[in-house]
Design a protein around this ligand. Structure first.
Ligand code: ADP
Ligand code: MG
Length: 606
């Protein structure tokens, strides 16, 4: 009889558990902060060096541990937070699995120093790759200090997955920001390579949020209060003037724990349906409080996912609470500024944008979808090339959205030779070519034309950039700021000039000329969200085409847009100078031909 199965040694099981709990420096910091909060700390400071890859230290002023507890805390499944089965039904602490400390200690050079409030001295335990090297008494303030050095030094495959110090720093700041929002009564600080990254004094939720999402953005947040005894909902949500291109600013908390949950996210997005465009996300900090037995947080080791006993009740409570705020349109109360420039998205401040949004929504019955007025009369998709632009233009002048450089040769190409029948639904152009009906998707076509122009410009020395009369600031997440800084040179090559402006803000002073009237700040957000995935500058070059197609997409007006005959002709002529792969940069078809024979078949003439 052979024995194939053995029970794994604990150093190995801890390493396996670490695979789930410890993904990167930010996840270590999340676990350590959770422990500090569970220990009643009111002051938590984090220090990192090289993005946490070299060193992480979390210091708290919580209740600390005795020597015995400190030793026990490093054993697997050792916890002070639950004792019996039924405790799992009433978890009020952030931790309970008893896994974090041993897991972290198994994949790093680790030290835990801790002292109880009334103890004469502290205890320090040194561990390397899960093996205890030293346990000694130490002098220290009361509380706990955990130091994690050279994370993954003994787990080479994981080491490879770590990103640059800047990227990891961004993730660390994001994690601290998320957790700090749940506990405005606790002060948080973080230094990165000895420089201040975050300093958050104790305060209330609104002030804490304003530090995390940016003061400008926080002006567009409105309080939510809803739900009932079963599920109470509170927090802040943004109006239609404040949107982001990713879900990072949807902060949701169940019983004080930050979570990313599909049900909760769905409820939030449902509430915003029709209020913000698809592909846009609100800024939201929502706290959902439930009886602890009604939510299972023991679904995933990182506890980011949860399961609700009464999922639909929670879903609807969230949706209704947010809808209530959006329905009352609090942003309409903001005094509109004196007439904003006709097509000058650039010079508009956030406050003015709110006013513009307010005017737009005023024209609609309540609960009608809010649309950010794409088709203003003064700005058409195919405006003829107007007055030459001065270097520093005021953006209220009409600027042609695009204008291929070459003058058009006299003889007509295929598209120019089409006989224009007219426009269908303000979205399609109908033309006749002999016995064929040619249907052109005007949005896809103009996107293709813009894309072609951008590609041409990028080949011949750079995308035409337009300096903004008033540089604009954009508030981002910490990780997006690091991306913006890292790629600033590359971004300059495609027409964006930007620089850090302190904290989570960047300042944009130039944008590709094609998008100058088309909410370029939303485009920047989208591009930074893309870039966050690329990682390196080499990858940037590979991604340029997709970025150009994004810019092209932004440069044209979406949806229905009436065109007069001259504008249609203009577009057709641009199309003749475009190298058509018969599809827009997204691969959608640009034109479609219906033959006479096909029509006759439909009408049973054959
Ligand atoms: P869990 O948090 O799930 O209980 P951990 O491995 O994170 O598991 O921590 C184990 C135990 O160590 C905790 O239950 C707690 O009693 C103790 N502990 C950890 N960190 C601290 C801290 N910063 N202050 C006081 N006690 C702590
Ligand atoms: Mg813990």
């Amino acid at each position: 009889m052979s024995q194939r199965i053995t029970i794994l040694p604990e150093t190995l099981t801890n390493k396996i558990a670490a695979g789930e709990v410890v993904e990167r420096p930010a996840s270590v910091i999340k676990e350590l902060i959770e422990n500090s909060l569970d220990a009643g700390a009111t002051d938590i400071s984090v220090e990192i060096s090289a993005g946490g890859r070299r060193r992480i230290r979390v210091t708290d002023n919580g209740h600390g541990m005795s020597r015995e507890d400190a030793l026990l805390s490093l054993e697997r499944h050792a916890t002070s937070k639950i004792k019996v089965d039924s405790d799992l039904d009433r978890i009020l602490t952030l931790g309970f699995r008893g896994e974090a400390l041993p897991s972290i200690a198994s994949v790093s050079r680790f030290s835990l120093a801790t002292r109880e409030t009334d103890a004469p001295e502290g205890t320090e335990i040194i561990i390397e790759g899960g093996r205890v090297r030293d346990v000694r008494a130490c002098g220290m303030a009361h509380g706990t200090v955990v130091t994690v050095e050279q994370i993954f030094f003994n787990l080479p495959p994981r080491l490879k997955f770590m990103k640059s110090a800047e990227t990891e720093t961004g993730h660390v700041a994001d994690v601290i920001a998320r957790m700090s929002v749940s506990r405005p009564d606790v002060s948080f600080s973080c230094t990165s390579d000895e420089r201040d990254l975050l300093r958050l004094q104790r305060s209330d939720l609104q002030r804490r949020l304003s530090l995390v999402v940016g003061r400008e953005s926080s002006q567009h947040l409105y309080p939510v209060k809803g739900g009932d005894d079963y599920a109470s909902i509170s927090g802040f949500v943004s109006g239609p003037a404040l949107v982001r291109s990713g879900t990072q600013t949807i902060y949701t908390y169940i019983n004080g724990r930050f979570i990313r949950d599909k049900v909760v996210q769905h409820a939030v997005m449902q509430a915003y349906r029709g209020v913000i465009d698809r592909g846009r996300y609100p800024v939201v900090a929502i706290f959902i409080d439930l009886p602890p037995g009604e939510v299972d947080v023991n679904v995933h080791p990182t506890k980011h996912e949860v399961r609700f006993r009464r999922q639909s009740v929670v879903h609807d409570a969230i949706q209704e609470a947010i809808e209530e705020v959006l329905r009352s349109s609090p942003w309409l109360a903001v005094k509109p500024s004196p007439s904003p420039p006709p097509n000058g998205a650039i010079t508009q401040t956030y406050r003015e944008r709110i006013a513009a949004a307010a005017q737009a929504s005023l024209a609609l019955p309540p609960r009608q979808p809010y649309r950010p007025q794409p088709a203003q009369q003064t700005c058409t998709a195919y405006a003829p090339p107007a007055v030459p632009q001065e270097k520093y233009t005021t953006v209220s002048e009409p600027i042609p959205p695009f204008m291929p450089e070459q003058t058009h040769p006299e003889q007509a190409g295929y598209f120019s030779s089409l006989a224009v029948i007219g426009q269908f639904h303000s979205e399609y152009i109908l033309c006749q070519s002999g016995s064929e009906l040619v249907i052109i998707d005007q949005h896809a076509a103009s996107e293709r034309v813009a894309y072609q122009l951008l590609k041409q410009q990028s080949r011949t020395g750079g995308i035409e950039s337009q300096r903004l009369l008033f540089p604009e600031t954009v508030e981002l997440s910490f990780s997006e700021v690091t991306v913006a800084v890292r790629f600033s040179q590359d971004l300059a090559g495609i027409g964006f000039e930007l620089e850090p402006f302190g904290g989570t803000t960047i300042m944009v002073s130039a944008v590709p000329r094609l998008v100058v009237n088309k909410d370029p700040m939303a485009l920047i957000r989208d591009i930074l969200a893309d870039l966050e995935r690329f990682g390196t500058s080499a990858a940037f070059n590979d991604a340029v085409e997709s970025l150009l197609s994004r810019i092209a997409c932004h440069s044209v007006i979406r949806g229905a847009h009436p065109l007069d005959n001259r504008q249609i002709k203009e577009l057709l002529s641009h199309m003749d100078h475009t190298d058509f792969a018969a599809s827009c940069p997204h691969g959608r078809p640009v034109s479609h031909v219906v033959t006479l024979a096909e029509l006759q078949k439909i009408f049973k003439r054959t």
